[in-house]
Design a protein around this ligand. Structure first.
Ligand SMILES: Nc1nc2c(ncn2[C@@H]2O[C@H](COP(=O)(O)OP(=O)(O)OP(=O)(O)O)[C@@H](O)[C@H]2O)c(=O)[nH]1
Ligand SMILES: [Mg+2]
Length: 302
C-alpha cells in the first residue's frame, strides 16, 4: 500500500498516535492468507481500539460482502466505507461580508487557539479579519485573544472582563461592517453543555448576531477535543440543539490514540468536520478530508 497518496497527507502525521495503536494489527491482518472468523474478530478489536464506537464497528462489519476473500481488498473496502461515513452532506452555510463565524465548545477544547489558526489562514489569503473577545469571563482570555490576534495579523474588539459577551459581539459586528472586514470570528467562553444558563447565553449571542446582520452567523462551529473520544458526541448533541451547529472542528487530534472516534461522532451527528487541529502552533490546522482521513486510518506502513 506504499503508493497511497495519504502517505503525504498531514492526517498521517496528525493521526500518528491512533495509527501507532493499530498499525501492527492492520499489518497483521494484511499478512493473513484469507478472511475468516478469527480475522474478523481481530478486525473488530482493532476498530474498537481506534475508538470508532460499537454501533459504527457493527455497521462496518455487517457491510463486508460475504464473497470477499482477500484481506487487502477488505481493508480497501473498509477505507471506502469509512470515507463514505465521514462524507456527510454539507450543511447549508451561507456567505456574506463580513462572513461571521460563531465558535462554541466546552472549557479548554481549543476554541481560542483554533480561532487564531483560522484567522491566520484567512489573513495569509489577504483577508481582513476581526476577532470578537466574546469570552469576557476571565481577563486572561481577553489577553490571550489579543496575543493571538497580533500573531495572526487580525484586529480584536474587546470589552472589560466581566462584561456582557453579547455587547462585545454587537460592537464587533458594527466594527466589522464599518471597517470592511472580510471575516469576523467570535470567541466565546468555554461552557459545559449541561449548564442551562450558559447555553442560554450562547443562544443570546447568536440572536444578537442574527438581529444585527441578517443571514449571520454564517457558520456556527463547534470545537471538540478529540482526546475526549466518543464522549464528545454527547457535548455535540447539546450544542447542536442550542444553536444549530453547521460544522465541527476536531482539536488535538495529534494528542490522541482515539482518532477513530471522529467516525463515530460524524456518523451519529451527521454534521461535517470542517477542520482538524494537529498541534499547538498557529499553522497546525488542516481542512478535513474524509478520504485522506480514512486512508490514514487504514494504511499499515509509512
Ligand atoms: N496538541 C494540541 N493542543 C492544542 C490544540 N488546540 C489547542 N491546543 C491546546 O489546548 C489548550 C487549550 O486551548 P485554548 O485555545 O485556550 O482552549 P479554549 O477552548 O479557548 O479554552 P477556554 O477558553 O478556557 O474554554 C492550549 O494549551 C492549547 O495549546 C491542538 O490541535 N493540538
Ligand atoms: Mg478560550
Amino acid at each position: 500500500m506504499a503508493d497511497y497518496p495519504a502517505l503525504f497527507s498531514p492526517f498521517v502525521t496528525g493521526l500518528r498516535k491512533t495509527r501507532e495503536a493499530i498499525a501492527d494489527r492492520i499489518a497483521r491482518l494484511l499478512g493473513r492468507p484469507g478472511i475468516d472468523e478469527s480475522l474478523l474478530q481481530e478486525l473488530e478489536e482493532t476498530l474498537i481500539i481506534a475508538d470508532l464506537g460499537m454501533p459504527t464497528v457493527r455497521r462496518l462489519l455487517d457491510a463486508i460482502p460475504p464473497s470477499m476473500i482477500d484481506p487487502a481488498e477488505l481493508l480497501r473496502f473498509l477505507e471506502q466505507q469509512v470515507a463514505a461515513l465521514l462524507s456527510v452532506p454539507e450543511t447549508s452555510t451561507t456567505s456574506g461580508r463580513p462572513h461571521v463565524v460563531l465558535t462554541a465548545g466546552v472549557n479548554g477544547v481549543g476554541k481560542t487557539t483554533t480561532i487564531a489558526k483560522l484567522a491566520h489562514r484567512a489573513t495569509r489569503e489577504g483577508q481582513r479579519v476581526l476577532l470578537a473577545a466574546g469570552d469576557t469571563f476571565r481577563a486572561a482570555a481577553i489577553e490571550q485573544l489579543h496575543i493571538w490576534g497580533k500573531r495572526a495579523g487580525a484586529e480584536v474588539v474587546a470589552h472589560q472582563p466581566g462584561g456582557d459577551p453579547a455587547a462585545v459581539v454587537f460592537d464587533a459586528l458594527q466594527a466589522a461592517q464599518a471597517r470592511g472586514v472580510d471575516l469576523l470570528l467570535i470567541d466565546t467562553a468555554g461552557r459545559l453543555h449541561t449548564k442551562k444558563n450558559l447555553m442560554e447565553e450562547l443562544k443570546k449571542i447568536q440572536r444578537i448576531v442574527a438581529k444585527n446582520l441578517p443571514g449571520a452567523p454564517h457558520e456556527s462551529l463547534l470545537m471538540l477535543d478529540a482526546t475526549t473520544g466518543l464522549n464528545a458526541a454527547v457535548q455535540a448533541r447539546e450544542f447542536h440543539q442550542a444553536i444549530g451547529i453547521t460544522g465541527l472542528i476536531l482539536t488535538k487530534l495529534d494528542g490522541t490514540a482515539k482518532g477513530g472516534a471522529v467516525v463515530g461522532i460524524v456518523t451519529e451527528l451527521q454534521i461535517p468536520v470542517r477542520y482538524v487541529g494537529l498541534g499547538e502552533g498557529i499553522t497546525d490546522l488542516q481542512p478535513f478530508s474524509a478520504s485522506a482521513f480514512a486512508a490514514a486510518l487504514f494504511t499499515a506502513d509509512t
